[in-house]
Design a protein around this ligand. Structure first.
Ligand code: ATP
Ligand code: CA
Ligand code: CA
Length: 431
């Protein structure tokens, strides 16, 4: 059984930090949610508020001896963003509230960032560098505007920007964002694609030890894979990628990637390769439903809904250990509410289609991640050094315009209906 993520309980080294993060989030989010809604003003973008807490999570007067400090950035902007992304305020708080809620993914990238999942796996907390923090604050207006104009953006959905600090401790900046992968589906393959080939290879021989490793561009090309979308979805998808990339180029961002999780409906959930270590309550349902590829389940009766809500509340309030019923993949309604947008609308993802636009056999869970790297001095240095030994446009760290063009070109080249891909293959084999 493959389980990723370590539960952060009181024995975990980062328990205090995680606990402080959540206590702070609960406090500041409740605080802004309690107010009457209002339109955003210019000052809301620059706003920041500091709070001190004792160990039990009580707010203290600024002069008192504190256990940790918490800083909240642009609370109104993030409240509006959460609303634009269709999050229910109470639901958001519940997900990030219970005590042992988090599991830690350690530091999967080279950057040293830590990732934590909320207990229900809907949200990810990512620690970020001070530079990324400053940069997000700088671009927040543009980001907000982009979300307003593009509610279906594929760029990471940011729900909060905060900082914790313990006495004598380090300042830890972090963002809360959407987990692209669903809690209730096996993700059979994961790719992180940039459109570059240099350094973009996960060693195939290590795959046996780590079957759910995140693969990269070269692994993708080696498998001769495609993003199977028929004409309608192809257009929707590429249009959005193009708009998103334009924003990233304008803001001089680079190094982002398309994160892609593939759920194969013909395999269903049998492999027990969860995208994470989630254990979640799943009422009713059967595996054969999954095999038939039903996207959304029958509407539960009023009574069943009430039962689901009760169970969910139990889980959230009391940290009752919950077990994953492997034969089912139903989720309480609450879990599905979040995903109403185009690209997260097919059971939390975007389902493949045929040339006829009829639904296909896989669901893609995808988005553009790691979008806070500004093409600054560090990257210029990297470009220089790596550029010496590598063909120029293949180096991952090229300036943002070129990076975005290459990214878009690569992604557009991948989108083909299964029928189109088969014809292409036949042509190649003949040639
Ligand atoms: P580096 O800068 O070295 O690439 P990083 O620390 O900035 O690393 P990311 O690139 O943001 O990290 O993410 C690393 C991995 O974490 C991704 O490849 C993916 O497996 C997982 N991950 C990141 N963001 C998400 C998300 N929103 N949903 C699901 N998984 C994610
Ligand atoms: Ca990355
Ligand atoms: Ca990064």
């Amino acid at each position: 059984k493959v389980v990723v993520g370590t539960k952060v309980d009181h024995n975990h080294v980062n328990w205090v930090t995680a606990y402080n993060m959540l206590t702070g989030i609960r406090f500041v989010v409740s605080r802004v949610n309690a107010k009457m809604d209002k339109p955003l003003t210019d000052a809301d973008f620059d706003a920041k508020h500091k709070f001190s807490f004792d160990i039990t999570g009580n707010e203290l007067t600024p002069s008192a001896k504190y256990d940790f400090k918490f800083k909240d950035y642009s609370p109104w902007v993030f409240r509006h963003l959460r609303s634009k992304f269709g999050l229910d305020p109470a639901d958001y708080l519940m997900s990030l509230t219970s005590k042992y809620i988090l599991s830690e993914l350690g530091s999967p990238g080279k950057s040293g960032s830590f990732f934590y999942f909320s207990r229900d796996y809907k949200y990810i907390i990512k620690t970020i560098h001070h530079g990324e923090h400053l940069f997000l604050r700088k671009i927040l207006r543009d980001y907000w505007k982009h979300v307003e104009d593009n509610p279906d953006t594929l760029i990471s959905q940011f729900y909060g920007l905060h900082r914790v600090k313990t006495p004598f401790g380090r300042k830890i900046h972090f963002v809360v964002m959407n987990n692209l992968f669903p809690p209730h589906r096996d993700i059979h393959q994961t790719f992180d694609l940039k459109g570059s080939t240099i350094g973009r290879d996960f060693k195939e021989e290590n795959l046996a030890d780590n079957p759910r490793a995140t693969l990269k561009d070269l692994n993708w090309l080696r498998r001769d894979m495609n993003l199977n979308f028929g004409p309608h979805k192809k257009e929707l998808f590429l249009q959005q990628v193009e708009r998103d990339v334009k924003l990233l180029q304008k803001l001089h961002i680079m190094d982002y990637s398309l994160l892609l999780g593939i759920h194969d409906l013909t395999r269903g959930n049998r492999d027990d390769i969860r995208n994470n270590a989630l254990k979640v309550f799943q009422p009713g349902g059967s595996e054969s439903d999954d095999l038939h590829g039903h996207m959304l389940q029958r509407t539960p009766s009023k009574m069943e809904k009430a039962r689901q809500a009760r169970e969910l509340r139990k889980i959230i309030n009391k940290e009752v250990p919950v077990s994953l019923d492997r034969t089912s993949n139903r989720l309480p309604d609450e879990f599905l509410e979040q995903r109403k947008t185009v690209f997260y609308g097919d059971d939390g993802g975007f389902r493949a289609t045929h040339e006829s636009d009829e639904p296909g056999d896989v669901i893609y869970y995808l988005g553009i991640i790691d979008c806070l790297t500004h093409y600054g001095f560090a990257k210029k240095a990297e470009h220089f050094w790596r550029g010496l030994s590598n063909p120029k446009d293949q180096v991952s760290a090229i300036p943002p315009q070129g990076y975005g063009d290459r990214f878009f070109k690569f992604i557009s080249g991948l989108v083909k209906s299964p029928e189109e891909a088969a014809r292409d293959k036949e042509m190649r084999e003949k040639a």
